[in-house]
Design a protein around this ligand. Structure first.
Ligand code: B12
Ligand code: SF4
Ligand code: SF4
Length: 347
């Protein structure tokens, strides 16, 4: 077997479902797309997206010695329908990717194993750098250039084999590997993801205004959320899967091989009253090893209070009243808003 075929086999052995190659300079469309996104202010408080734009726009500038980019996809397809919980007003909806272990840790370990294998096969002169999510790397355009999938109208990569449920990682290397053809668009006239979005976060197909996206609002946005948007959050307390779940290509998705992505039972539909009662220590203990830990207790309880306000459940009033005295002003503001909304619903 040649090196490329053995690499693909090794990627599967370490746990990836997709492995394809492109050149670092294969995404010339990114500067204009990213530039337009930033100019429109769609990144909101994610100021880090506007930093190091020259690297995020051009992977060849990020590491000029790199000759190939190995793009990897790992499935996290859920075993249940993640939208079922939306009909349960006393429960919180946590997005699928956050219902168990943090994918950053798991994907990075696999990337490092694959990179070590490549060095062992090709010699010590080989250099590698591994990335997942947090570096200034345009992962979706690179993934499309390598043929992992195409950027669907919801802007994420969709694969004909895995649907919308997969994470992306990359190994940049100085080794020149044979490339794969880019994937073409298979959305056709479908617009299910655009119609499924509860907040109207897509100004146009293939474009997202993150400031309206519930994933951004519940995870990235600090301080109070715009009052006009709060009712649209429903019971979504961490991330959102609606546009992903709507995609018809998911019918081809294979179940996640990694059991640490399978949902922890208590995070599929957790009772809001239990989550609102978490103090700092209890929050950290409950979400140890989970991506949710990153947002901290205050932002999380803020989200839970918006969901309580949207629930119409009068018995929450005493608990919410107590949180209106919280030392964190954003939590207290969310509680006051929830109280007004619960009282309006009861009137
Ligand atoms: C910032 C970010 C977010 C932001 C912004 C989302 C976004 N779509 O950019 C927020 C917080 C909202 C977010 C949410 C989510 N994210 Co996120 N996020 C990122 C991150 C860190 C950077 C993405 C980025 O550069 N955005 C900036 C925009 C400009 O880039 P773009 O989408 O590629 O934009 C292109 C198009 O818009 C195009 N374009 C512009 N105009 C036009 C017009 C036409 C006609 C066309 C065809 C194209 C086009 O040009 C742009 C540049 O190429 C990546 C990791 C990474 N390093 O890449 C993960 C990443 C994209 N996220 C991921 C995930 C899983 C999610 C969520 C599903 C999590 C959740 N369940 O809550 C949601 C999905 C929401 C959604 N519909 O996108 C995965 C996606 C995996 C996949 N299969 O694609 C990634 C790749 C992380 C990973 N390593 O797995 N995310
Ligand atoms: S993640 Fe939710 S809020 Fe964000 S674009 Fe998709 S459907 Fe809309
Ligand atoms: S739901 Fe339809 S339009 Fe959206 S990404 Fe999937 S195929 Fe494309």
């Amino acid at each position: 077997m040649d090196l490329k075929a053995r690499l693909v086999a090794e990627a599967e052995a370490v746990g990836f479902d997709l492995c394809r190659i492109c050149r670092p300079d294969s995404v010339p469309q990114v500067p204009a797309g990213l530039g337009g996104f930033l100019e429109a202010g769609y990144h909101g408080q994610m100021g880090w997206l506007a930093e190091r734009v020259h690297w995020r726009s051009d992977p060849a500038a990020l590491w000029p010695e790199a000759r190939s980019v190995i793009m990897l996809g790992e499935s996290y397809t859920p075993e249940h329908d993640p939208t079922d919980v939306h009909g349960m007003a006393d429960r919180g909806a946590i997005s699928v990717y956050a219902q168990n272990k943090d994918y950053h840790d798991l994907v990075k370990k696999r990337l490092k194993r694959l990179a070590r294998w490549l060095i062992a096969e090709t010699g010590d002169a080989t250099q590698v750098k591994v990335f997942v999510d947090t570096a200034p790397v345009p992962e979706k355009p690179l993934g499309q250039a390598a043929g992992l999938g195409w950027q669907g109208k919801h802007t994420n990569l969709v694969s004909r084999d895995l649907g919308s449920w997969f994470f992306i990682g990359s190994v940049f290397t100085t080794v020149e590997l044979e490339t794969d053809p880019a994937e073409i668009d298979h959305c056709g006239s479908c617009r299910s993801c655009l119609d499924a979005c509860p907040t109207g976060a897509f100004p146009a197909p293939n474009q997202i205004d993150a400031r309206r996206c519930i994933s951004y609002l519940t995870i990235e946005h600090h301080g109070p959320v715009d009052e006009e948007l709060r009712p649209m959050l429903g019971n979504r307390i961490y991330g959102c899967d609606d546009c992903l779940a709507a995609c018809p290509w998911n019918k081809f998705a294979v179940e996640a091989r990694e059991v640490r992505y399978h949902a922890r039972d208590e995070l599929v539909a957790p009772p809001l009253a239990e989550l609102a009662a978490l103090d700092d220590a209890a929050f950290r203990a409950k979400f140890s090893g989970s991506p949710i830990k990153r947002i901290g207790r205050n932002r999380f309880v803020r989200n839970v209070l918006y969901a309580m306000g949207n629930s119409g459940i009068g018995r929450y009033v005493p608990q919410v009243e107590a949180l209106a005295m919280d030392t964190d002003e954003t939590v207290a503001d969310a509680a006051r808003w929830a109280l007004r909304r619960l009282k309006d619903a009861a009137a």
